[in-house]
Design a protein around this ligand. Structure first.
Ligand SMILES: [Zn+2]
Ligand SMILES: [Zn+2]
Length: 345
């Protein structure tokens, strides 16, 4: 089989490797499509230099075979998505049902040894619990969105949206658009704050009810104008800087929730007046990664077409053109760029 390894900055090597045999509890997956996320881009552009790196964690494919100890009812050729979860099931967080925070999830590796989620390959071995069946009808490229959608599912759930609530979404990249779509599904009225006009248009098409440019218009004034001066029930920060987070918090109604979904680099403190939290009972929280629960929900929502992600996959490339795929993925005019494997079958 072929696999794509990032061996140094902006250098991807297509290597030959044996097709692995599934051991106890493992499933062999024939990979069909892999989305290039910011994580893979960071290794490609040299932001993180832990090489050789085998990326690919937004994966759709089909079941080839499995070892003993896989209790799911799988069949050969079954369409699945891979969650890339390492869960020990025994640590403090796994036992509290917070398995996305598993203390043993980080697979440590020797310096210089090949490592990474490993989806950028024609075949991969995964644990049975990482395999989530998905509708046969769903396009394989759209199915790669199961992982980001599972992350956003947790974020939206933490925002506690109710019917008719006002939800602010900051940023309209892939994660922002998924927030807009899920917030609409939860019955919210969505205000998108995004400086780029092309992305604001994309946000409107994804279902945003109001859009504004935060460089020209004050978010707090805008949202309070919609709500008799009270503010939004929830704000989801997906992109921007400290100022955006502060604006988001100021735009909330009493008892509203700020979900910090995106990371900010470099990270520096933000300004919060403790009394504002005391008097207004604002909740400030974050959301990271996926749980088995959010992945299951995501796979079902995509499979049943509750969420349409066709506007998020903007380009697809064959393995031979993976360099172009990585270069394009980093540009502002693309959303998800997807690499296809085993196309002939
Ligand atoms: Zn991702
Ligand atoms: Zn654990």
């Amino acid at each position: 089989m072929k696999r794509a390894i990032i061996i140094e900055k902006e250098k991807i090597e297509i290597q030959d490797a044996p097709i692995p045999e599934p051991g106890y509890g493992q499933v062999l997956v024939r990979v069909k499509a892999v989305g290039i996320c910011t994580m893979e881009q960071r290794y490609y552009n040299g932001g993180v230099k832990d090489y050789p790196f085998h990326g690919g964690h937004e994966i759709s494919g089909e079941v080839v075979q499995w070892g003993e100890g896989v209790s799911q009812n799988l069949h050969k050729g079954q369409k699945i998505v891979v969650a890339s979860l390492t869960r020990c099931g025994e640590c403090y967080f796994c036992r509290r049902g917070l398995d996305h925070l598993c203390e043993n999830a980080d697979e440590t590796h020797e310096k210089g040894a090949l490592w990474g989620p490993g989806g950028l390959a024609e075949y991969m071995l995964v644990r049975g619990y990482e395999v989530f069946p998905i509708s046969e009808q769903l396009d394989v490229t759209h199915a790669t969105l199961a992982e980001p959608l599972a992350c956003v599912t947790r974020s939206i759930e933490k925002g506690n949206l109710q019917l008719g609530d006002i939800a602010i979404v900051q940023g309209a990249g892939v994660m922002g658009l998924l927030h807009i779509k899920l917030a609409k599904l939860q019955g919210a009225i969505v205000v998108l704050s995004e400086p780029d006009w092309v992305r604001r248009e994309k946000g409107l098409n994804a279902g945003a009810d109001y859009v504004l440019n935060p460089l020209e218009e004050d978010l707090e004034t805008f949202v309070k104008g919609l709500t008799e001066g009270r503010g939004a029930e929830a704000c989801f920060f997906t992109a921007g800087g400290n100022k955006a987070v502060e604006e988001g918090i100021r735009s909330l109604v009493k008892c509203g929730t700020m979900v910090i979904y995106g990371s900010i680099r470099p990270a520096t403190p933000i300004g919060i007046i403790p009394n504002d939290i005391h008097y207004d009972e604002i909740v400030i929280t974050g959301a990271i990664k996926t749980t088995k629960d959010s992945f299951q929900k995501s796979a079902r929502m995509l499979g049943e077409k509750l969420i349409d992600v066709s506007d998020l996959v903007t380009e697809t490339y064959s393995l031979e053109n993976i360099d172009v795929a990585f270069q394009r993925a980093q540009e502002m005019d693309t959303y998800r760029v997807v690499v296809l494997f085993n196309e002939a079958e």
